[in-house]
Structures are given as C-alpha cells and as structure tokens.
Design a protein around this ligand. Structure first.
Ligand code: UD1
Length: 417
C-alpha cells in the first residue's frame, strides 16, 4: 500500500492546472451507455474511480479506450445490464448505471451499495423515483432488480435535493413516455453538465440548474461528445492549501462554481483574484470563521474536511457544521494527531485554532479526509506520513506531483507494506 511522505512548512508558489471533475465524468459515462454508437469524452481525469467506471462499462459490454484524458465509449455492444457487488462496493457512483440501463434495456440488476465511512448513505430516493416512473423494483441477495417495459413520465418530489438520485432519475426519464417533473432537484454543476449532455444526445430537458427539472420523453438518444467541467473540489482543495502556504494560481477552473468557497476564504483573510478561468489566492492573516455545508450553491460537503484543516491554524475558534452528511468527521481525530484542537458534537466540529501543527503518521479514511490530511501535513512542522492513500487516488489526479510542482516536499513511497 502506497503512502505519502510530506516534509512540511515549504511554501507554495506558481500555478496548477485543475483536472476534469470526477463527479461530472462518472454520470456522463453512464449516460453514454444509453445511445448506440461512440461517444468521446475529453478532459477525463485519470483516477481510480474513472478506471473503476471504465471496468464497469466493459462488464456491461461497452468498448472503451482511455488515453491522455480522452475516453471513447462505444455503447453499441452493451448487452449485460448488471453492476456486480465487487465494483459497487468500491465505488458507490456505480449506482449511476441503474437509470440508463433500465431505460435502454427494460431491466437492470445492480448491487445495493452498503454504508460508507460517512454513515448509512441510503438509495431510497433513487428507488422511489424509479417506482414513480413505473419500474418494478425487487431486492434479492443484495441486488436490486428494476424492470419496466417502458418507463412512464411522472411527478417526483425529492425530500432532499440528492445529487445521485437527480442524475439517475433524469437519465431514466429522458426516454420515458410523456413528461417527468423533478421537484427539489439537485442544482450542482455536475448535474447541470449531465443534463446538458443528455440534451446533446437528443433529450428534451428544461429547467436545468433550477430545482424544478422538466423532462419531455423522447424515443431514443444518439451518441455525443463532451468536454468535462473543471473539478471544483480539487480546486477548493488547492485553494485551502494556498490560503496557508503561499500565493498560487489555479488555471482551467470555473470560479463561478466556487462562489461560496471564495467568499469564506476572503472572510478568513485570504486575498483572491479571479478571471473567467483562473483563481489566484494569496494568504493573509488567517481568522477563524464559522462554516456550514449546504447543497449547491452552498459550501460543498466535499470541502468540509479541507476547510477544517485550514481552520485548525486560524486565529480564534470556529464551528464547521455538515448539514449534508452528519457523520462525515473521520478526519478530525487524525488532524488532532497532528496537534489540531477539534471536538465534534453531532454534526458540528468545534475548532480551536492552534499556532502550529506537528508532523505524525496519519491514516486516510476517505477521499476528502485524505486531502485534508495532506494539507495539514504540508503546513505541519516535520514529517507527516499519510497511509491508505488509495482513497486519494480515487478522486485526485497526480496530487503529489501537482503539489510538488508548487514547491511542496511530498513524495509517494511505494515500498511500504
Ligand atoms: C454526491 C457526490 C459526493 C458528494 C454528495 C453531496 C458523486 C459521485 N458523489 O454523492 O461526492 O459528497 O453528492 O454533495 O457525485 N440521501 C438519501 N437517500 C437517497 C440519496 C441520498 O437519504 O436515496 C441523502 C444522503 O444520505 C445525504 C444526502 O441525501 O445525506 C445527499 O446525498 P446525495 O446528494 O445523494 O449524494 P451522492 O449523490 O451519493
């Protein structure tokens, strides 16, 4: 198992190019399964999760080729609408095949994802939504079987604007008979891009980017090409590091997707300048600021762990509340091992800023927790060793190379047991 070894307190400078968004490309790949023909997706980040999704594409029968961030998916040969447990358990986003394969084949079998490090993470909204569209859902030996000759448009009102359920139901509904209205839909940029891609494929979706999405069913979709949007979570991660360690510029980024993060960083003392596709951050006097995650356009839960690493070194005390995932705090005991002073009660972390962090061995527990430990290690005195970094490889493309190019002392040790 690889680990990252970080010599802390080296300042950062220069520029870093942001990769394509993991959470955008994964549903886009499953959408490509809905059309017979070849789709080309560009700016695909080379991540463990992308590779897992490619494996899943191949299991269902698609032909894929992936090189230099270009992914070709030929879905003409898809013939096996089934997502096995082995893949779904390593990547919950595999569940995104449910809607598209049901729509195309009238039947699909997908392993039920279990819980995860952040709590139970149910899929009831996905299933209730599909039932509303007329699917018969049965659960057998840990697998969900969904069947419907042709889905029928319906009105679906989500209890919570779930990203995954909005994507899955939108994909299922595009070829349903009649009109589907999704109320309380997710408005995340990744869902916006998915819906735009479906429209490029011939779907008729309106209200994209609002909480009311209207889908007029069409008979079939055709293949289409797309360039993936920049990863706002990777961008946010580099911004938190810049706020602690030096003036850096993020390129190939969309600042509009990071409004609430940029606002919080400014409140905390950083100077920020943006152009249409770049963000420059310069550290200032770091102040403690309260933060609460929320669905888009609020502060992303996927940046909560990195924000807590930042606030660990701010002057004063602050609270960080996660309203999306109430149990997502497994990084805090690890940050405390580096000298942070964080207590968690219910879904709020109480952070008392400390003068410095001191390097120690720490363990990643999930993708974003790993990112927060890397930020903390980069700013800590001495050496930090981050183990179980397969988590970081799921969601960040060459993170250590990108930080190294900015001046950090970080390297991957492939020899550890
Ligand atoms: C996606 C992102 C993940 C991000 C999350 C929230 C991908 C691949 N993953 O996950 O990185 O942290 O959005 O922005 O894009 N819920 C239910 N029932 C359901 C579905 C969701 O109760 O059927 C709840 C969840 O437990 C959670 C909330 O709704 O509390 C939001 O989850 P959701 O938006 O669905 O997250 P994901 O799509 O799984």
């Amino acid at each position: 198992m690889d680990q990252l070894i970080i010599q802390g307190q080296h300042s950062l400078s220069g520029s870093v190019k942001i990769s394509g968004a993991k959470n955008a490309v994964l549903p886009i790949m499953t959408a490509a399964l809905m059309a017979e023909g070849e789709s080309i997706i560009t700016r695909v980040p080379d991540l463990r999760d992308t590779r897992t999704m490619i494996k899943l594409m191949e299991i269902v029968g698609a032909r894929c080729s992936f090189k230099d961030n270009h992914l070709k998916i030929d879905a003409s040969t898809v013939n096996n609408p089934e997502a096995p447990y082995d893949l779904v358990k390593t990547m919950r986003a595999s569940f995104y095949v449910l809607g598209p394969l049901l729509a195309r084949f009238g039947t699909v079998k997908v392993s039920l994802p279990g819980g995860c490090a952040w709590g139970p993470r149910p899929v009831d909204f996905h299933l209730k939504g599909l039932e509303k569209l007329g699917a018969k859902i049965t659960l057998n030996s840990g697998y969900i079987l969904a069947e419907a000759k042709r889905l029928k448009g319906a009105k679906i009102n989500f209890e919570f604007p779930s990203v995954g359920a909005t994507g899955n139901i939108a994909m299922a509904a595009v070829t349903a008979e009649g009109t589907t209205v999704i109320e309380n839909a997710a408005r995340e940029p990744e869902i916006v891009q998915l819906c735009k891609y479906l429209n490029q494929m011939g779907a008729l979706i309106s209200g994209i980017g609002t909480s009311r999405i209207i889908i007029d069913g069409v008979e079939s979709l055709h293949s289409a090409n797309i360039d993936v949007i920049p990863d706002r979570i990777e961008a946010g991660t580099f911004l938190m590091a810049g706020a602690l360690l030096g003036k850096i510029t993020l390129t190939d980024v969309n600042p509009d997707h990071l409004d609430s993060v940029l606002l919080k960083l400014k409140e905390a003392g950083s100077s920020i300048e943006t152009t249409s596709n770049s963000i420059t951050i310069e550290p200032g006097h770091l102040k403690a600021v309260d933060m609460s995650t929320a669905v888009y356009p609020g502060f992303a839960t996927d940046l909560q762990a990195q924000w807590i690493a930042l606030m660990s070194l701010a002057k004063g005390s602050s609270m960080a509340t996660d309203t999306v995932y109430h149990d997502r705090f497994s990084h805090t005991p690890e940050l405390n091992r580096l000298g942070a002073n964080i207590k968690v009660e219910n879904n709020t972390a109480f952070i008392r800023g400390v003068k410095e962090l001191v390097g120690a061995p720490v363990m990643s527990t999930d993708i974003r927790a790993s990112a927060s430990l890397i930020i903390a290690g980069l700013v800590a005195r001495g050496t930090t060793i981050v183990s179980r970094i397969y988590h970081i490889d799921r969601g960040y493309e060459r993170i250590e190379e990108k930080f190294e190019a900015l001046g950090a002392k970080i390297f991957r040790d492939k020899t550890s047991g």
